[in-house]
Ligand binder design. Structure first.
Ligand SMILES: [Fe+2]
Length: 257
């Protein structure tokens, strides 16, 4: 049951201010055959594992937004399918955003999306965000109404906490253990939905092989759970449904904002 989905109207048409200087156009026609081939190889490498181990909501989202195995996504085509579902858009940006711009975009249901694609030397890992991590890893979940509401609400709460580094760090942990490295229990198995697990073969395999400790999702523990970006994760938090992360964002707001 989901008592909260749809409770918030999408902030359509809202003007971005802080994020404005980072917005770019995707030059889709400028991608080379080699770049499309890199995308295809990355997708083909991940899909066999994901068909078995990704959350059903991720796999549904992948098809609903029309992602393809053979070509880099054209973001305006993705948005034509995504936006009517949940009000979200994958919005092209020039690279890493400062936190205030990032949260402003989430609060406006616009996901900052890089258009660059990694080279063959970085098939497993790229420190810079790229379109494979951003679109293949993140955007399919934005087609899910509850996840969509959660992510917008998360952005709104963080935008109000910009003055408080300590609270923002706690919120960063909530993001890390849901949006980036989230897992969910479905049909008695741990399934992947976080973009860091979806887009990285090494990180996904690490979880499937049972290496990290999987704890039941608990907001108190998550807000205190330190993590290292540069190492494989030792602890992850499994939800039972996506309502749980929406409710966690509401609870975090009551406590921190
Ligand atoms: Fe990410």
């Amino acid at each position: 049951m989901n008592p909260v989905a749809g409770a918030e109207l999408p902030a359509r048409g809202r003007e971005l201010t802080v994020a404005q200087p980072y917005l770019i156009q995707q030059q889709w026609d400028a991608y080379t055959e080699e770049q499309h081939a890199v995308w295809a190889e990355l997708v083909r490498r991940r899909m066999p594992q994901l068909r078995e181990h990704a959350a059903q909501e991720y796999l549904d989202g992948f098809h609903q937004i029309g992602l393809r195995e053979d070509t880099i996504p054209n973001l305006s085509e993705v948005n034509r399918r995504l936006s009517p579902r949940t009000g979200w858009n994958a919005t092209p940006v020039s690279g890493f955003l400062p936190p205030d711009a990032f949260f402003e975009m989430l609060a406006a249901r616009q996901f900052p999306t890089t258009t660059y694609i990694r080279g063959r030397e970085s098939m497993e890992y790229t420190p810079e965000p790229d379109i494979f991590h951003d679109v293949f890893g993140h955007v399919p979940m934005h087609a899910h109404p509850v996840f969509a509401d959660f992510l917008q609400h998360y952005g709104r709460v963080c935008a109000r906490l910009m003055h408080d580094k300590e609270k923002l760090e706690k919120m960063g942990r909530l993001f890390w253990f849901t949006v980036e490295f989230g897992v969910i229990r479905q049909h008695g198995k741990v399934r992947l939905y976080g973009s860091g697990l979806i887009s990285s073969h090494g990180e996904g395999t690490h979880v499937i092989e049972g290496k990290p400790e999987i704890r039941d999702f608990n907001l108190d523990l998550v807000l205190e759970q330190k993590f290292l970006v540069s190492e494989e994760q030792k602890v992850l938090y499994a939800v039972e449904s996506f309502d749980q992360i929406y409710e966690a964002a509401q609870e975090a707001e009551r406590r921190l904002a």
